[in-house]
Design a protein. Structure first.
Length: 267
């Protein structure tokens, strides 16, 4: 058995979780043997996957700082994962302590650990819900108590939409989630892609072991998520290319990040 005292008793430790695999790749400790095994197998197919995870986390950090500078003080982070250094509330509240954050995740370990970290923080909360149930998220009493829909909100969908298959119509889910947003609200997305990459044989079968297999999408499909929003410069680009702090961070082959990223503003 590989059950830790920080994990809920009913958590399934026999099937890898995307949130816990991501935690492992970022150097976290809130994962199980099955997650570590899946991550190590993924590394054999894509040796740079841990670097990609860190690049994605760095994008989240840059995007939140941009949003706070743009005047946004409310954040809805869906698919927030297992908390680690540089969480949304840490970045936003460091700049403005009045910033409010709602985290949403389906993984019980991610939610339990988030609750422990947020204890005593009356401007941040976490709820356990499924991205495939946008109305349940929007109508959740804890979310409604924290966020004011008469003011701009930033919706963060970072490394989560590629866990939504086409059958659930993820574009419609995003449209529903943002349907009540007022002008000045923002949408932040990073999304896995195979553009510019040769996906190794066997990678698809590996991702099918995870609770939510990956659906990689091309540039046009990722751009579609921003319908109704005006893209912030530089638009939808590879993750390292989105407003890098140092030009050297982009590297010679940004496509190897395997992820697109973008930020849009509702006019």
């Amino acid at each position: 058995m590989d059950h830790r005292d920080w994990a809920p008793e009913d958590v399934d430790i026999n099937r890898p979780s995307a949130a816990r695999i991501y935690d492992y790749l970022l150097g976290g400790s809130h994962n199980f043997a099955v997650d570590r095994e899946a991550a190590k197998q993924a590394l054999t197919y894509m040796p740079d996957i841990a670097v990609h995870a860190r690049a994605n986390r760095a994008f989240l950090y840059r995007a939140v700082r941009y949003l706070v500078d743009a005047g946004v003080r409310q954040f809805l982070d869906i698919g927030s994962g297992v908390p680690t250094v540089g969480n949304v509330h840490e970045v936003a509240q460091r700049i403005d302590p009045t910033a409010r954050v709602v985290y949403v995740d389906i993984d019980p370990v991610a939610v339990a650990h988030s609750r422990a970290i947020l204890a005593g923080n009356d401007r941040a909360t976490v709820i356990q819900e499924d991205l495939r149930r946008p109305d349940a998220i929007l109508d959740h009493p804890d979310l409604r108590a924290m966020l004011d829909f008469d003011k701009p909100i930033a919706l963060l969908l970072v490394a989560i939409l590629h866990a939504m298959p086409n059958e659930v119509d993820p574009h419609q889910i995003v449209a529903r989630l943002t349907s009540q947003f007022v002008p000045g609200s923002h949408l932040v997305i990073s999304h896995g892609t195979a553009d510019g990459l040769a996906v190794p044989a066997g990678f698809d079968s590996l991702t099918k072991r995870i609770e939510y297999p990956l659906t990689l999408r091309g540039h046009a499909e990722v751009c579609r998520f921003f319908e109704g929003f005006e893209l912030v410069e530089p638009g939808v680009v590879y993750v390292p290319q989105w407003r890098p702090e140092d030009p050297d961070d982009v590297g010679e082959h940004p496509e190897r990040s395997g992820q697109y990223a973008g930020v849009g503003r509702k006019p």
